[in-house]
Design a protein around this ligand. Structure first.
Ligand code: BTN
Length: 244
C-alpha cells in the first residue's frame, strides 16, 4: 500500500506523475506567490537538471523534489541554503552507513553519491532574495551510473514516499536552525560530516584543475584548500576526490 507523504505543519505537497523539471514547476509556482514549504514532487522528470548544465537522470524509482524557500536574506547568503539542504539529506541516511557531505552540496554514502542539490534563486530589486528553489534528487531505489561520473552512485533503499516525508521534516528542522542560530551552527554541523581535513583533493574550476589538501570551509561557505602554492579560497567549483 502506498501511503501519501505527510509534510511538516504549514507545508504543502504538489504531487505529479511526470514533469520536465520539478525546479521549473516550483519556480513557476513561486512566481505566482506560492508560500515557503511548497514542495513539488514528481515520480519522474523528463528534463531533470543538475549543476553546471548537466542532465539529471530521473526515471521512476528515485526521489525528485523541489521546495520553495523564502529566506528573507540578502542575495549572497542564499548559497548557505545549499549546506542546509545537504545536512537535511544527510539526516535521512539510515544508521550504520557512512555518510559524508562533499563541498559544495553533495551527499555521499559509503563512498558513492546518493544525492545532488540544485539551488536556484530569484533576487528582488532590493537585492534581497524573493525565493529560493531547493531542488533535491535522492537515489532511493537505484544508483544511476554514467561513464563521466567520477564517483560511483549509491542508493538509500526504502520507499520514495518515506524518503520524501523524512527529507521534508529534516529540511524544516535544519531551516529553523539556520534562521535561529545562523550559518555558524550550520557550518559546524557541515564540517562535522565532511571528509577529514588534510585529505588530498582535486578541484575543477572551469578548465583549471587545482590540487591541494582539504582545509575546511570558511564563514561564507567558500572551500579552503592548502595547495603547494599556499592557501587558496574557492567560491565556486567542483570538489573531486584525488583520482590517482
Ligand atoms: C547535481 O548536479 O548534483 C544536482 C542535481 C539536482 C537534481 C534535482 S532532482 C529535483 C530537482 N529538479 C531538477 O531538475 N533538478 C533537481
Amino acid at each position: 500500500m502506498i501511503v501519501a507523504p505527510v509534510l511538516p505543519d504549514g507545508w504543502r505537497l504538489v504531487a505529479l506523475d511526470s514533469v520536465g523539471s520539478t525546479n521549473d514547476e516550483a519556480a513557476r509556482l513561486a512566481d505566482a506567490g506560492a508560500t515557503e514549504g511548497t514542495v513539488v514532487w514528481a515520480r519522474e522528470q523528463t528534463g531533470g537538471r543538475g549543476r553546471r548544465g548537466r542532465h539529471w537522470v530521473s526515471p521512476v524509482g528515485n526521489l525528485y523534489s523541489s521546495t520553495i524557500l523564502r529566506p528573507d536574506c540578502a542575495a549572497p547568503r542564499a548559497a548557505e541554503l545549499g549546506f542546509v539542504a545537504a545536512l537535511a539529506v544527510s539526516d535521512i541516511v539510515p544508521a550504520g552507513r557512512d555518510v559524508r557531505v562533499k563541498w559544495p552540496n553533495d551527499v555521499m554514502v559509503d563512498g558513492g553519491k546518493v544525492a545532488g542539490i540544485l539551488l536556484e534563486s530569484s533576487i528582488g530589486q532590493s537585492g534581497f532574495v524573493d525565493h529560493v528553489v531547493a531542488g533535491i534528487g535522492v537515489n532511493v531505489g537505484f544508483a544511476p551510473q554514467a561513464a563521466e561520473m567520477r564517483y560511483p552512485g549509491a542508493a538509500l533503499g526504502g520507499s520514495v514516499e518515506a524518503a520524501l516525508e523524512r527529507l521534508a521534516q529534516s529540511l524544516a528542522w535544519r531551516l529553523a536552525e539556520w534562521r535561529h542560530h545562523g550559518f555558524e551552527t550550520v557550518r559546524a554541523a557541515w564540517l562535522a560530516k565532511a571528509g577529514p581535513l588534510g585529505i588530498d583533493v582535486d578541484v575543477r574550476l572551469g578548465e583549471e584543475l587545482v590540487q591541494g589538501r582539504f582545509a575546511g570551509m570558511d564563514h561564507e561557505g567558500a572551500l579552503l584548500l592548502e595547495t603547494p602554492a599556499g592557501p587558496r579560497k574557492i567560491v565556486s567549483g567542483e570538489l573531486l576526490g584525488r583520482a590517482a
